[in-house]
Design a protein around this ligand. Structure first.
Ligand code: PGA
Length: 255
């Protein structure tokens, strides 16, 4: 059965001290309150990762992720971080292709295919983000956009490689806006994504792929979104900055 995941994306928020206390709160709350097989992932700024993986040791239900990685092994790329560096810190997940990376840093599907390769090569799990802008949704092009992001970024992988990915559908118009996709809108796209995976790989691979929803997800709407058959959890921005809200979202999967 595919994994249920609630992943937080802190983005460029929280200084070191704030980040450590937020993570400690999350660890304690998860230990006391999260009952089930759901995985909780915290994707924090690079400079926090070493301390977070140390703090999180022994808490198997909570994993640490990065928000980006460079596509090359190593070399003269001043200011960049490699997959092997992340792996050496016991980081487990890496968000790839977040819409903010696509929009502000010009990340293309072609570049993201390379980032996916290097991430997998080093035994890290990509959380691969796809999603349409408001204009693309209003023009009715959203199925094509989402499909081309998926195909160009990930469909060069073998089935065995693809099986290591987590996909996150994040409509750009819902990120940080307070406007959430309705559960029907999200389910429609999630089912479409799963169908495309089945066509490319197999029904078994599609059935095993965790597909997260992201975009203004909060403790009030998470239950309805996560109860859709093809929504396997969330990628949480704003609400992951408050331990109470974030853990309440993770508790939706309590069994
Ligand atoms: P949001 O961000 O929950 O603040 O909308 C989601 C994301 O960007 O991953």
């Amino acid at each position: 059965m595919r994994k249920k995941i609630v992943a937080g994306n802190w983005k460029m928020n929280k200084n070191y001290t704030e980040g450590m206390s937020l993570f400690s709160e999350v660890l304690n709350m998860v230990k006391d309150e999260v009952m089930g097989n759901q995985q909780v992932v915290v994707c924090a700024p690079f400079v926090h990762l070493h301390s977070l993986t140390a703090l999180g040791k022994g808490h198997s239900q909570v994993s640490v992720g990065a928000q980006n990685v460079h596509q090359e092994e190593s070399g003269a790329y001043t200011g960049e971080i490699s997959a092997s560096m992340l792996k050496s810190l016991d980081v487990e997940y890496v968000i790839l292709g977040h819409s903010e990376r696509r929009q502000y840093f010009g990340e293309t599907n072609e570049l993201l295919a390379k980032k996916t390769d290097i991430t997998l090569k080093h035994g890290l799990k990509p959380i691969f983000c796809i999603g349409e802008t408001l204009t693309e949704r209003e023009s009715g092009q959203y199925f094509n956009i989402v499909k081309s992001q998926l195909v160009e970024g990930t469909f060069h992988l073998s089935a065995a490689e693809f099986s290591k990915l987590v996909i996150a559908y994040e409509p750009v118009w819902a990120i940080g806006t307070g406007v959430t996709a309705s559960s029907d809108q999200a389910q429609e796209i999630h089912a479409f994504i799963r169908k495309e995976i089945a066509i490319k790989y197999s029904q078994a691979v599609a059935d095993d792929t965790t597909i997260l929803y992201g975009g203004s997800c909060n403790p009030k709407n998470a239950d309805e979104l996560f109860s859709q058959p093809d929504i396997d959890g969330g990628l949480i921005g704003g609400a992951s900055l408050k331990s109470r809200d974030f853990v309440d979202i993770a508790k939706v999967f309590n069994s």
